[in-house]
Every structure is written in structure tokens, then in C-alpha cells.
Design a protein. Structure first.
Length: 267
């Protein structure tokens, strides 16, 4: 019975699908065989694949790939929640990004997904008190991906960052589950405060491209922030805000804006 339970716990539909897609990708484009094998097919689990991708992308003359991979492997082995969050993120990208039609794509090509997994490792180190190493990961993510997420920020699961260039998320920011944001979003402060100074984003929020949310303010769950808006005041749940400065322009328009990804203003 113990052996049967152990076998059942190894079933991973998401990883099995990624592996099948990887095999098909090699068949379709043999020139990418080395990349696909190195990133996916040489590994026995999603955790190992994520560890490899993290190390391969962020290694430098200052920190070797071998060392970064050891760091990632240790964190994934100790904190199973990170791999579950990664699975939720992959599912979110596949569900919400029309340019994504395979679970393989985020692991190989999408810097928003890859940067989010690197942030999660850095955040784990931050919580352990290993802040300099966490800062190093933040720095390398900024250099490699063009995304700057402070390791102290708290971010939930099911996150989709589309295009992902120039994302900035500050130290005391909180982002709920199932949030979607596009490129050039800033969750920042308004001055030189050292205390709680960054936005709190509720579950299911959609943040449009170029939107800036500044200060220790709450954005209610299932709300929408229109592209290019500058949000300086609290946003109620289930509403749409737009403008500079942002003002309420209507309801959210649906139950889960971050899933529907509808960014048009009607009425």
C-alpha cells in the first residue's frame, strides 16, 4: 500500500503535458533539440526543469550556473508551495495569453513567467534572512529580463504578466491570487518612506499596460485599471478606473477581469 501511495504522488498532469509538448517541439524543429532537451526532457520533474532554467538564465561571471542550480534545488526541495505556484502561473498564462498555446512556451520563451519563478526563489531567501542573495537574484532578473521585483514583495499564485517588460514592484507591495498585468506596470511608492509604502492588489485584478499604482493604497478584488492610468487613491472592488489621476469610470464588467482580459471601456 505504501508503494502504491508513493506512485500516486508522482503523477503530475502538468509536467506530463509539458514533456509531451517538448517531444513534439523537437520533432517539429530539430534545430531546437538541444535547448528543449536541456530545459525539459533531461529532467524528471517540473521543479528540476525550473531550477535548471533559473540557473541557466541568471548565471554570470559573478555566480556560476552550478551554484545557482544548487540554491534553487535546495529551495524547491524544502518548499513545495513554490512548484505549486509555478503550476498555477503556467496555467494562468495558457488560459489568458492568446499568444500561448502550449504549456511548454512559458518555460522556454516567456520572460514574465521565468522572472516570476526567479522572484519566488528570491522571496524564499528573503524570508530566510538571506537578503543579500535575494538582492542578487533581483539584480540579475532586472538585468536579464528587464523586470524589477523586490524580493520582499508578497505575490500570490496564478500570476500572468504579459510581455512583461519594465515591470516594477516595490518591497512592501502585496499582490493577490489570479492577478494579470501587462508591460510597464509600476506598483511603487510616493516618496522616501521606509515603512509600508506600496500598493495592495486584491485577487483577480487586471492592470493594463503602463499603469502606475502608487502609495500604500488598496485595489479591491476583481477590479480593472485601464492602460496608462495613474492610481493614487483606493479602488473599490469590482470597478474600473481610468485616467491621470485615475477615477472610477464604471463596473468591472465581468466576474473575473484578470481571466477575461477585457481591457475595453464600454458605455
Amino acid at each position: 500500500m505504501a508503494e502504491k501511495r508513493a506512485t500516486l504522488t508522482e503523477i503530475d498532469p502538468i509536467w506530463d503535458r509539458i514533456a509531451r509538448e517538448a517531444q513534439q517541439a523537437v520533432a517539429d524543429e530539430p534545430l531546437l533539440g538541444g535547448l528543449v532537451h536541456a530545459c525539459v526532457l533531461h529532467h524528471r520533474s517540473l521543479e528540476k526543469a525550473l531550477s535548471y532554467r533559473f540557473a541557466a538564465k541568471l548565471s554570470s561571471n559573478e555566480m556560476s550556473m552550478v551554484l545557482l542550480r544548487e540554491i534553487a534545488d535546495e529551495i524547491y526541495a524544502r518548499n513545495a508551495d513554490l512548484a505549486e505556484a509555478a503550476r498555477a502561473d503556467i496555467t494562468a498564462v495558457l488560459d489568458r495569453d492568446p499568444a500561448c498555446n502550449r504549456m511548454l512556451q512559458p518555460i522556454l520563451f516567456f520572460k514574465g513567467f521565468q522572472a516570476m519563478q526567479a522572484y519566488r526563489l528570491g522571496h524564499d531567501l528573503w524570508k530566510q534572512g538571506r537578503k543579500d542573495l535575494a538582492y542578487f537574484i533581483q539584480m540579475r532578473c532586472s538585468e536579464v529580463y528587464g523586470i524589477d521585483i523586490h524580493p520582499g514583495a508578497r505575490i500570490g499564485r496564478g500570476i500572468m504578466i504579459d510581455h512583461a517588460h519594465s515591470i516594477v514592484i516595490g518591497e512592501t507591495a502585496v499582490v493577490g491570487d489570479n492577478v494579470s498585468m501587462l508591460h510597464s506596470v509600476t506598483l511603487g511608492g510616493t516618496g522616501k518612506e521606509h515603512e509600508d509604502r506600496h500598493p495592495k492588489i486584491g485577487d483577480g485584478v487586471l492592470i493594463g499596460a503602463g499603469a502606475k499604482v502608487l502609495g500604500n493604497i488598496k485595489v479591491g478584488q476583481c477590479s480593472r485599471i485601464a492602460a496608462g492610468s495613474v492610481v493614487l487613491e483606493e479602488v473599490p472592488c469590482d470597478t474600473t478606473v481610468a485616467g491621470v489621476p485615475a477615477r472610477i469610470v464604471g463596473e468591472a464588467g465581468c466576474e473575473f477581469p484578470s481571466v477575461s482580459m477585457n481591457q475595453t471601456l464600454s458605455g
